[in-house]
Write a protein that binds this ligand. Structure first.
Ligand SMILES: [Zn+2]
Ligand SMILES: [Zn+2]
Length: 172
């Protein structure tokens, strides 16, 4: 966990300033329940609700910067948008199972995957930074709704519809 001071020290060491926005964004990530990931758009919405008035482009830049610094971890979970979470120190990389219909995400750890990744990377003379395995799957709800038979009628489960509505709202 970062404190205000340790974050400031790390940013300063790399030639960056600790702006109130950067501090606030990190705080939000630190308070997220375990297993929750945020896209830039979701983060934007959360900050809007708190009337923080941080623009989406500032959020994009901050997320990229914090990822480059190793504070956040960028995830390719859903098709549409990148998601972010706090980075954990190696070798505790966790992996994700994602429902392709509703984006429900389950985290898991597996030492064998990490060990294999280290072996592969070292064989090539490199050093491991992050190891992410994303497994795409279908949740029971989607199967109950008839997946994949209903796919031809453009069915998407309710959670996916909510996510799509949210995105449209953001783009207005
Ligand atoms: Zn995760
Ligand atoms: Zn699902």
């Amino acid at each position: 966990m970062y404190t205000k001071n340790s974050l400031k020290a790390e940013l300063n060491a790399k030639g960056w300033r600790l702006t109130p926005q950067r501090q606030l964004i990190l705080q939000l990530f630190q308070n997220l329940p375990k297993g929750r990931h945020l896209s830039a758009e979701e983060l934007f919405e959360l900050l809007e609700k708190r009337s923080e008035g941080i623009s989406l482009s500032t959020i994009y830049r901050t997320l990229k910067l914090m990822t480059r610094m190793g504070i956040l971890r960028e995830l390719e979970l859903a098709e549409v948008h990148k998601h972010y979470e706090l980075n954990t120190a190696a070798p505790n990389h966790h992996h994700h199972i994602v429902c392709t219909q509703c984006n429900m995400t389950i985290e898991f750890e597996n030492n064998m995957i990490t060990k294999q990744a280290i072996k592969q990377v070292e064989k090539s003379g490199l050093e491991l930074i992050d190891c992410q395995l994303t497994i795409y799957a279908i949740c029971p709800q989607a199967i109950r709704q008839g997946f994949p038979a209903v796919m031809s009628n453009n069915w998407v489960c309710s959670r996916a519809i909510n996510a799509a509505n949210k995105l449209e709202k953001d783009e207005e």
